[in-house]
Design a protein around this ligand. Structure first.
Ligand code: PGA
Length: 253
């Protein structure tokens, strides 16, 4: 098995309450206990912003990272009713932030807005998980690489430090559908993303590239043979400690 660092990132979406600390606790315990065996893994849970401060304070021996799922494009404070800035989320305890998720792109997050969100989050020293991916229609029209290129080139700048950026390739048609890309398609997409980002950052290394979309404890084994994948963004299955932990265990089995 590979000994390259792999990320397992949970995206809780609009689910979760204070009592769900028990989920965080179990996953943290697992992470701590498996530290020596599964050295090369990083676990991040991106929870609703209402919970991050509480979870962070309650977690005493922290062996996982906590993140949020979006922010307003204005960095600090301002007259934006109901909005939360990267500054506020960082102060509340976030270490990571998901940006550009297709569910938010559908709600109005353009590449232009995301550009600002990325820059304000990086300014706050949050590590970003930048989601990109094509819709089913774009895939059918053979627009996948065009879309990925736009999403990358319009939002990532060469002045950014690629170590603070993770890219999650999430084909929109695979999110919550139980459909995953064919191995060859996925390999091509990940390679393409790595080539594009290497061009931007002009370094030998590209940011880490994760896969997301219907990852579960059964299909995770299919991804093992694609060593280019640096980890996974896991939605539905991340709200169950058993399913989330089984994904990690089965990956390393
Ligand atoms: P899913 O969601 O694992 O439920 O498909 C992934 C995501 O939306 O990040």
């Amino acid at each position: 098995m590979t000994n390259k660092l792999k990320y397992f990132i949970g995206n809780w979406k609009m689910f979760g309450d204070f009592s769900d600390y028990k989920i965080i606790y179990k996953i943290n315990q697992f992470s701590d206990r498996s530290k020596n065996i599964l050295k090369e893994k990083k676990i991040v849970l991106c929870v609703p912003s209402t919970l991050i401060h509480y979870f962070k304070n309650k977690l005493t021996k922290k062996s996982i990272f906590l993140g949020v799922q979006n922010c307003h494009h204005h960095q600090k404070y301002g007259p934006f009713t109901g909005a939360l800035s990267a500054t506020m989320l960082k102060k509340a305890g976030a270490e990571f932030i998901i940006l550009g998720h297709s569910e938010n792109r559908f709600n109005g997050d353009t590449n232009n807005l995301l550009n600002k969100k990325i820059s304000s989050s990086l300014n706050e020293k949050l590590k970003i998980i930048y989601c990109i991916g094509e819709t089913l229609k774009e895939k059918r029209n053979k627009k996948t690489f065009h879309v990925l290129k736009q999403q990358i080139n319009k939002c990532l700048k060469k002045s950014y430090n690629p170590n603070n950026i993770l890219i999650a390739y999430e084909p929109v048609w695979s999110i919550g559908t139980n459909k995953i890309p064919k191995k060859i398609e996925l390999e091509k997409a990940i390679k393409f993303i790595k080539n594009q980002t290497t061009k931007i950052f002009k370094r030998k290394k590209s940011p880490k590239v994760l896969y997301g979309g219907s990852v579960n404890d059964r299909n995770i084994r299919q991804f093992k043979s694609i060593s280019l994948i640096d980890g996974f963004l896991i939605g539905g299955a991340s709200h169950s400690p058993k399913k989330f932990i089984d994904i990690i265990k089965n990956y390393y089995k």
